[in-house]
Write a protein that binds this ligand. Structure first.
Ligand code: 6R9
Length: 649
């Protein structure tokens, strides 16, 4: 296959921090002598006590990952204090509200004061180094303050995306035994409110029944809507902040002290608490932010993610602020008030670097070019995507229509687990191919293997592994190191297995083809099919469920559910609606099933394993190629599944 190549743009190369020769030579150094390379780049952040040890990592046996381990630093200090002298009055955060008339700017001086005050509020309520603090917030500046205040005092934050239900929130509070929660009265998105405090109240109750007593709930007034109040437990954010001292010294943190936990879905079991630590994470997040986006001093940078996902952690808050950037935080959605919102905001705040998800690009492409063209977009210089594979049509539209062929597109592949961008073009160095994440970042050594773990060379398809550690890598699954080892290092011994399939072409470019495990990617959000299945079977009319992904024009993948009912129950529209509601309650709106097929039976092997391959094919309406069904216990169930498929074309 030959794909069209877009050569590095001349203007991009002229301005770029890294040209192709530099990329090649740095990459060689980074893999030949990682110690030397990272010794140099670890110094991009400030250390209270410099490290002397650099890399101490092993992907075999018990698996242990330590970077800069004897160094002492603080993430909040690096994101705020160290910039104050030079850029105290520079804007750190531009906040753009859901309503286009609502915005504000926060300078580094103001950020310092707000974060210190909040850190003091937390301290005076008993939050100590190492305690877990749950953040369940809308996209308001206080969410960034909360993260940085935790980092300042050494508390470990666990952000739960505002789209998760009380049940899902409770599960995460219990898993990390968190007794302090920061939330808001309500969130606001696309003109609609989200009952965050009400959900928190429910979650606290559920957590209580599961043995975790939440001591305090700190509540920001966002909409002013009326909410329940528990005296002695709930704290009014604004009042508490005003009463707190505006100075709080940053805690001395060891490089390997935890910074945050972020729950993410895998192919089995409950979501895992991915644990990231202090030094290596910040070095990697800030370095990738600088070079991948070719960030220069004074640039206005906008990543449209939510802080509830890893992209928001690394590329709205930690990476950009560590670099002294101006980062834009957007509360709203791409199509409110209309599909031109992104481009209006680009003009309004003169955004230079814009980073979003393929699902948003596809949706906006569908709304037509006029929405794009009514904005000038003259400030734009670099465009980026993340979260899922981008189809070449959407890529070309982004490149030609949004960027007018003047902006390189960085298609950045990475994961919650990797902490930062792993495979990506660099704007001034890499020729682009629509749909390819191209080449590895410094220090990243990808490898493709077949199902038996044989290493595959040259142009080939395979399972994507990474063979050596990089500083941003997750260190463990919170509270369950064995699960960390099992999940990531046991499929292919001694290698980190990403769960993604991938093709490498004749130029050595990487093309991520999507998950090869039972994880689906819906609008860039990761979901374990097992989680949706367990939500479905917790409904009293359901006896069994199997969930697969199917191609969806906008979302990338849709959620297709096969449901077997209890004896005597009948599948109808009312029950379908009820099941959708039930899943939304159990997990949250992001897990809403798109299709539900009632099935008298599921195709299983004689040993009782559900044959997902067959279910996927039927959901794709591609049952001409079902492959071998002879190992099925009851081959006849397949005919019924085909007959009643929900995606008939
Ligand atoms: C950052 C983030 C990780 C999974 C990953 C892969 C998919 C992310 C991608 C991409 C193709 C890209 N993914 N970026 N696939 N091209 N540029 O999204 O983290 O939520 O943990 O998801 O997303 O399948 O394994 P996370």
């Amino acid at each position: 296959m030959t794909e069209k190549t877009h050569k590095v743009l001349k203007a991009a190369r002229k301005r770029a921090l890294i040209d192709n020769d530099t990329y090649l030579s740095w990459y060689r150094q980074s893999t030949k002598n990682p110690e030397k390379f990272w010794n140099k780049h670890g110094k991009r952040i400030d250390w209270f006590k410099p490290y002397t040890k650099i890399k101490n990592t092993s992907f075999s046996g018990k698996v242990s990952i330590k970077w800069f381990e004897d160094g002492v630093t603080n993430v909040s200090y690096n994101c705020i204090d160290r910039h104050l002298k030079k850029r105290g009055s520079q804007v750190a955060i531009i906040w753009e509200g859901d309503n286009p008339y609502d915005d504000k700017k926060v300078t580094y001086n103001e950020l310092y004061e707000q974060v210190c005050r909040l850190a003091n509020v937390m301290k005076s309520n008993g939050v100590r180094k190492g305690d877990r603090v749950t953040i369940y917030m809308p996209m308001i500046v206080e969410a960034a303050y909360a993260m940085l205040a935790c980092a300042r005092i050494g508390a470990i934050h666990s952000i739960v995306f505002g789209g998760f239900s009380p049940d899902a929130l409770a599960g995460r509070i219990v898993d990390c035994d968190s007794s302090f929660i920061i939330t808001a009265d309500e969130g606001l998105r696309g003109g609609r409110t989200i009952p965050l405090k009400e959900n928190t109240d429910k979650a606290v109750e559920i957590a209580g029944k599961n043995g975790v007593a939440v001591k305090n709930v700190l509540v920001v007034r966002r909409t002013g809507g009326s909410v329940g109040w528990v005296e002695g437990r709930d704290i009014d954010y604004q009042k508490a902040i005003q009463a707190a001292k505006p100075e709080c010294p940053p805690a001395k943190m060891k490089a390997e002290d935890p910074l945050f936990i972020l729950y993410t879905s895998g192919s089995t079991g409950k979501p895992k608490g991915v644990l990231h630590t202090t030094g290596g994470y910040l070095v990697y997040a800030s370095m990738t932010h600088q070079y991948v986006f070719d960030y220069h001093d004074g640039d206005i940078y906008w990543c449209t993610a939510d802080v509830g996902w890893v992209t928001g952690h690394s590329y709205i808050v930690y990476g950009p602020l560590a670099n002294g950037a101006t980062t834009l935080m957007f509360e709203g959605v791409p199509n409110y008030p209309d599909a031109g919102r992104f481009w209006d905001v680009v003009d309004k705040h003169q955004v230079n670097i814009f980073y979003t998800a393929p699902t948003a690009i596809r949706a906006l492409m569908g709304a037509g070019d006029d929405f794009v063209k009514r904005a000038s977009r003259k400030s734009l210089r670099t465009l980026g995507t993340v979260g899922e594979p981008i189809n070449p049509e959407a890529w070309e539209w982004y490149y030609h229509v949004v960027g007018e062929e003047k902006c390189p597109i960085v298609d950045t592949w990475w994961q919650t687990e990797t902490g930062g961008i792993m495979i990506t073009p660099l704007p001034g160095a890499t020729d682009l191919k629509a749909g390819s994440a191209t080449r590895p970042f410094f220090g990243v050594q990808p490898q493709l293997v077949d199902g038996d773990g044989n290493v595959l060379d040259g142009a080939t398809d395979g399972n994507l592994c990474i063979v050596d550690s990089w500083p941003g890598q997750m260190r463990t699954v919170y509270g369950d190191h064995e699960r960390f080892v099992q999940t990531y290092f046991s499929t292919y011994k001694g290698k980190y297995f990403t769960g993604d399939g991938c093709r490498r072409d004749e130029d050595g470019y990487y093309w991520i083809t999507g998950r090869v495990d039972d994880v689906i990617n819906v609008s860039g959000h990761r979901m374990g099919t097992a989680e949706v299945e367990s939500a479905l079977v917790s409904h009293d009319k359901v006896s069994e469920a199997a969930v697969v992904g199917y191609p969806h024009d906008i979302k990338g993948q849709g959620i297709y559910c096969y449901v077997t009912l209890m004896a005597g129950e009948k599948g109808n529209e009312t029950l379908r609606k009820d099941l959708v509601k039930h899943v939304r309650q159990e997990i949250g709106p992001i897990a809403s099933p798109d299709k539900i097929q009632f099935a008298p039976g599921l195709p299983k092997t004689r040993s009782g394993k559900i044959m997902r391959r067959i279910l996927r094919k039927i959901a794709e309406d591609d049952f001409g190629s079902l492959g071998d069904t002879s190992t099925l216990a009851e081959p006849a169930v397949v005919d019924d599944l085909i007959e009643n498929r929900q995606n008939k074309q």
